[in-house]
Design a protein around this ligand. Structure first.
Ligand SMILES: [Fe+2]
Ligand SMILES: [Fe+2]
Length: 472
């Protein structure tokens, strides 16, 4: 089961060759996928060799191969993490009983919805990032962008496999629709808000991989606890790839911060923009923007859907095994709600607060990264500190949507919010400025003025390695 067939048209460790009907269906989907990649994937770099890692096994430590690959030739495949022991349902009413190896009829619709929603984010982010190669700050960063893109493509494959294998006709239709929706399209948008926002410069790209891919990590981790075993094992393997996407975002912003601090010290007036860099206010606005759109992805604070997904064992908490009580029938969760024009604390049943419990783990993770960035500022001798806004600020989903809050989480009037918008959030003038300073920098070892080089290269290669061969 877990040995990988790399020679087949679709590399896999799911025994595709033993299921000719499924294999045929996926081989029919393959050219449509490639057409989508050609139309909506990274523009204009299709014939350039990129130093990419490709999954070739699912064994810990040794699953990746690094070599030059042209992106359309990337070996997208289907990989499930190996099964360790007898899988069980990890949470909810049936915690501890054997996991489902097939889709239980009563949970079929909910599971399909969960899988389609996750699947939709994967091609969406590729679409959002398709023009970024033209303004890459270095070959190192260009390669990282493309690595993220091909892996999001593979994540789509992972979810499409589940749809084809376990959901029959409906699943095949859903798989086709995943190639038809388009990020930001007025008629056929992607399902979730953050995945329809423009991501047209590298500050947004790094913030997206830092905050939005990190939501992905928590959603995948919650699905890795699913009682539907094939979903749990698909997402477990996706998480190993996701770690690199978070690295790209975290270190990308950290390198910008480092460079901005250098430029701040260099300028007689401490003016980062006068030196062609990215000022800290703009970095803070970008954090505020992408962090809050990413918070929305966790869903409503008080949610009967979240309760039923947990109760039926479809979706667990982050690291469910670390909790003592896997049923969570008794507990309560306290959170601030808006009542009569002010914020008051309210207790809700723990199961109804499962989205919020997952969001807590995410927020704590983001806080740790911000603390590291502030350490970078401190080391550079800069007095500036960055922070996360309140989770009530700038929300479009859940109980805080429809109310106005400042970044500290205080309830304010809609007028006050609008008057401060351009101080708190990315605005079109910010994007114009960022596009004006972001010119491609394609010489090996060279970096754009607004970002510091990384401390080391990829897979033991030096920073000045030719990560993308633009000229043969
Ligand atoms: Fe992904
Ligand atoms: Fe990702």
């Amino acid at each position: 089961m877990s040995s990988v067939d790399l020679n087949s048209k679709i590399p896999n460790n799911v025994g595709l060759a033993d299921d000719p009907k499924l294999q045929r269906a996926l081989e029919k989907w393959l050219p449509n996928y490639l057409e989508w990649w050609h139309d909506m994937g990274p523009t204009d770099f299709e014939d350039k060799p990129v130093f990419l890692r490709t999954a070739i096994s699912v064994e810990r430590g040794g699953w990746a191969n690094y070599d030059y690959v042209k992106m359309p030739d990337y070996r997208w495949g289907i990989f499930l993490a190996p099964n360790e022991g007898e899988p069980t349902i990890k949470c909810g009413d049936d915690a501890g009983t054997p996991a489902w190896l097939d889709v239980p009829g009563e949970h079929r619709n909910a599971l399909r919805r969960i899988i389609v929603t996750q699947a939709d984010t994967e091609p969406a982010s590729v679409e959002q990032q398709r023009l970024l190669g033209h303004i890459a700050p270095s070959l190192y960063d260009l390669r990282n962008l493309f690595q993220v893109n091909v892996e999001e493509g593979r994540h789509l494959w992972a979810m499409v496999y589940l749809l084809h294998k376990y959901f029959g006709r409906d699943g095949r239709d859903e798989a086709d629709e995943l190639l038809q929706r388009r990020s930001g399209d007025a008629d056929k948008p992607r399902i979730l808000g953050a995945f329809n926002q423009p991501c047209d410069h590298w500050l947004s790209f790094f913030a997206f991989t830092m905050f939005t891919d990190r939501d992905g990590k928590y959603q995948l981790a919650a699905l890795a606890e699913s009682g539907f075993d094939p979903l749990a094992r698909s997402t477990q393997f996706m998480l190993t790839e996701e770690a690199h996407h978070l690295f790209v975002g975290d270190t990308g912003i950290q390198r910008i911060i480092k460079r901005s601090a250098e430029l701040q010290a260099l300028d007689p007036n401490g003016d980062v923009r006068a030196q062609g860099g990215i000022d800290f206010e703009l970095i803070q606005r970008t954090i505020n923007y992408w962090y809050t759109y990413s918070l929305d992805l966790f869903g409503g604070e008080i949610s009967s859907n979240a309760s039923s997904f947990f109760a039926s064992g479809l979706k667990g908490r982050f690291h469910e095994h670390r909790f003592e009580d896997h049923r969570a029938i008794e507990g309560e969760y306290r959170l601030p709600v808006v009542e009569g024009g002010k914020l008051v604390e309210k207790d809700v049943a723990l199961r109804n607060a499962m989205n919020e419990v997952l969001r807590d783990a995410y927020v704590a993770d983001c806080e740790r990264v911000i603390a590291r960035w502030n350490k970078t500022l401190e080391t550079a001798g800069s007095p500036t500190r960055l922070s996360l806004p309140s989770r009530r600020f700038h929300r479009h989903q859940g109980i805080y949507a429809g109310h106005a809050f400042d970044p500290q989480g205080n309830l304010i009037s809609a007028e006050e919010y609008e008057a401060n918008r351009s101080r708190w959030l990315l605005v079109p003038e910010d994007n114009e400025y960022l596009l004006s300073i972001m010119k491609p920098c394609y010489e090996p070892g060279k970096f754009a003025n607004w970002i510091a080089p990384p401390t080391k290269g990829i897979e033991g290669r030096p920073v000045e390695f030719e990560y993308v061969k633009l000229h043969d």
